[in-house]
Design a protein around this ligand. Structure first.
Ligand code: HEC
Ligand code: HEC
Ligand code: HEC
Ligand code: HEC
Ligand code: HEC
Ligand code: HEC
Ligand code: HEC
Ligand code: HEC
Ligand code: HEC
Ligand code: HEC
Length: 316
């Protein structure tokens, strides 16, 4: 963790380069995002922190249960010497009070979805203290590029941040990811809807160097971490399996059995022509082995590979 006393001024310098004009007289609720950021930059430069710290803020804000809840969470602990409460207190995140306490003339840094500040400006505050190895991938992550704010996922005015809770993290993710929300509620899915599994079993929430922000280097490595028996090696491999599990499966869910993107025979016929199959025979009366039941899998059941000496056709 880096010392935030140094990093906040750095963010001001960056912001000052971008904004020069100031609209001091305008009430801050009506300011444009640009004018608001410019005002905050000025306020930072003046650096008028309240000598009373949180007490000053609480004169006006203590009636809000939401505000007071910060004292139930890690950011409200005075015992940790890296904590906001051990330093600038509320102003460590919301910036110097300046004239905010005088008739509401000046704005404070605000967070979350109703903030007019850019995600980057908000995030710089958090990153002033949270700049460790786990945050390294954030910079190039899709979430950062899509201007997602730390506080879109995290709640700091709270005893327990829901996104840090294994039983609640999925709710935060699917509040934005409607496609995955729909998929995980389909007939066949990983047990995501029961919260027995989470999005972050496979994905790194702060990004990673891997495709789709996966925690493992490849898609197949992700799957093998729980389905080790599919790794092989097999005497007879089925090449699409060793290449990429999601050629046939949707990791988030599907209307077909076994998370399959398509049902057999269509699934198989993307790559194998049905025509010319020499054994187009009906093994039992009344049952077409090609179309009925598990279709191609009636005979080629070892679809992920076979270790049987005569399993080259993935039949045993
Ligand atoms: C004299 C009273 C007063 C004091 C002292 C005060 N505030 Fe405020 N604050 C207000 C008012 C009024 C609002 C506007 C509330 C609204 O419109 O919802 C406000 C709004 C805010 C907002 C929301 C800003 C936004 O853009 O929505 C934050 C954050 C905030 N104050 C933080 C602080 C902090 C931190 C301190 C102490 C450094 C502090 N306030 C001290 C009166 C005060
Ligand atoms: C660790 C950074 C941090 C600290 C310290 C902090 N806040 Fe906040 N504050 C936030 C974030 C982030 C939000 C957006 C809501 C959330 O994430 O819980 C917020 C929201 C607010 C709001 C708007 C609340 C609303 O109803 O929408 C006010 C007012 C506020 N804080 C005041 C304070 C006061 C007063 C203190 C000190 C007692 C304080 N904050 C300390 C980060 C912080
Ligand atoms: C002044 C420094 C400081 C700032 C600014 C700050 N944090 Fe923290 N944060 C801490 C400390 C200290 C901890 C406790 C870490 C520990 O115990 O290892 C913490 C812990 C956390 C945790 C882990 C919470 C948990 O329950 O374990 C999250 C998530 C977090 N911060 C998010 C944020 C976000 C989001 C912001 C910006 C809105 C922010 N922090 C701003 C100092 C800060
Ligand atoms: C997409 C949602 C999301 C966003 C955006 C996000 N986080 Fe997190 N964060 C999480 C989740 C989920 C965890 C819990 C990780 C775990 O349990 O392995 C976490 C954990 C943390 C922790 C606890 C320690 C750690 O690294 O595991 C800190 C600190 C933290 N986040 C800070 C931040 C900061 C700072 C930002 C913005 C730059 C941010 N987060 C953006 C979801 C998010
Ligand atoms: C505030 C909205 C929001 C939240 C909350 C959110 N995301 Fe995202 N996420 C996005 C956007 C926007 C994109 C880019 C468009 C897309 O791929 O859907 C994205 C992209 C992604 C991607 C694709 C990454 C890539 O590099 O291709 C993954 C994986 C992802 N999010 C996982 C998560 C997980 C896991 C969580 C919960 C911990 C989460 N998201 C929470 C908005 C959000
Ligand atoms: C079993 C592992 C696994 C779990 C659990 C999982 N994902 Fe994924 N996710 C993947 C894989 C693998 C990909 C890459 C798919 C691809 O490239 O088409 C992916 C891709 C994504 C993408 C990018 C989609 C795109 O079209 O680019 C998003 C967004 C996403 N996941 C969100 C989520 C969310 C939200 C959850 C929790 C509800 C979740 N994932 C749970 C494995 C998983
Ligand atoms: C974190 C562990 C974990 C990871 C990673 C994982 N799975 Fe699973 N998978 C499970 C669990 C648990 C089940 C449910 C088993 C059950 O209900 O009997 C399951 C079930 C399945 C099923 C059967 C679904 C059904 O409807 O019965 C398929 C197919 C599957 N996983 C494919 C994959 C693929 C492909 C990947 C990689 C993208 C993957 N899994 C990654 C844990 C995981
Ligand atoms: C060529 C298409 C294809 C590919 C590629 C594929 N699978 Fe499958 N998978 C299937 C089919 C078809 C079934 C249903 C099997 C059945 O009904 O007997 C299945 C079933 C499963 C099941 C549930 C039943 C069981 O056998 O445990 C898991 C788990 C699974 N696959 C994991 C994986 C993993 C992990 C990978 C990547 C290493 C992968 N699959 C690649 C076609 C495929
Ligand atoms: C993404 C393309 C793809 C899909 C989808 C696919 N396969 Fe294959 N399959 C291959 C390739 C490539 C080989 C290796 C062919 C070779 O070596 O000549 C193969 C080999 C086989 C073999 C061994 C016979 C041989 O010629 O080596 C059988 C049997 C087989 N596949 C059945 C199936 C069945 C059943 C399905 C559907 C569940 C399926 N395949 C889905 C690409 C695919
Ligand atoms: C009734 C059992 C049965 C069913 C159902 C079946 N196969 Fe076969 N398959 C065989 C037998 C036996 C062979 C080897 C003899 C031959 O070539 O006819 C074979 C050979 C193959 C081969 C390798 C030879 C070639 O033709 O290239 C592939 C690929 C294959 N099957 C794919 C499929 C696909 C795809 C389906 C579903 C559309 C399917 N099979 C359905 C029994 C079956």
């Amino acid at each position: 963790m880096k010392n935030y006393y140094y990093s906040i001024p750095l963010s001001i310098v960056l912001l000052s380069v971008l904004f020069t004009s100031v609209a001091q007289a305008t009430p801050w609720k009506d300011l444009s995002s640009e004018a608001l950021e410019a005002t905050l930059v000025k306020k930072f430069a003046a650096g008028k922190y309240s000598p009373k710290g949180a007490d000053s803020c609480l004169m006006c804000h203590r009636k809000s249960e939401k505000v007071m809840a910060i004292f139930d969470g890690v950011h409200g602990l005075r015992s940790n010497n890296q904590s906001p409460m051990a330093g600038l207190q509320c102003e460590a995140c919301h910036g110097p009070q300046g004239n905010h306490n005088k008739g509401g003339k000046e704005p404070m840094i605000s967070f979350a979805s109703d903030s007019k500040l850019s995600a980057n400006a908000q995030n710089t505050v958090c990153q002033g203290c949270h700049n460790d190895a786990q945050q390294m991938a954030w910079h190039s992550s899709t979430h950062n590029l899509e201007e997602i704010a730390c506080s879109d996922c995290h709640q700091v005015h709270s005893a327990n941040d829901p996104v840090m809770d294994k039983l609640k993290v999925n709710d935060t993710c699917i509040s934005c990811h409607s496609q995955e929300k729909a998929d995980m509620n389909k007939r066949s899915s990983h047990p995501l809807k029961w919260d027995q599994m989470t999005c972050i079993d496979c994905h790194a929430p702060h990004g990673s160097m891997n495709e789709a922000a996966l925690t493992k280097p490849t898609i197949n490595d992700s799957c093998y971490s729980c389905h080790a028996e599919k790794r092989g090696p097999f005497l007879w491999e089925h090449s699409p399996v060793t290449e990429d599990c999601i050629t046939c499966h949707n990791p988030h869910g599907s209307v077909n059995d076994d998370l399959l993107n398509q049902r057999a025979p269509q699934l198989c016929q993307q790559c194998h022509a049905n025509d010319g199959h020499a054994s187009r025979v009906v093994p039992e009366p009344g049952m077409d082995a090609f179309g009925g039941g598990k279709s191609c899998l009636n005979c080629h059941g070892q679809i992920h590979g076979s270790n049987h000496p005569s399993g080259s056709l993935l039949q045993r």
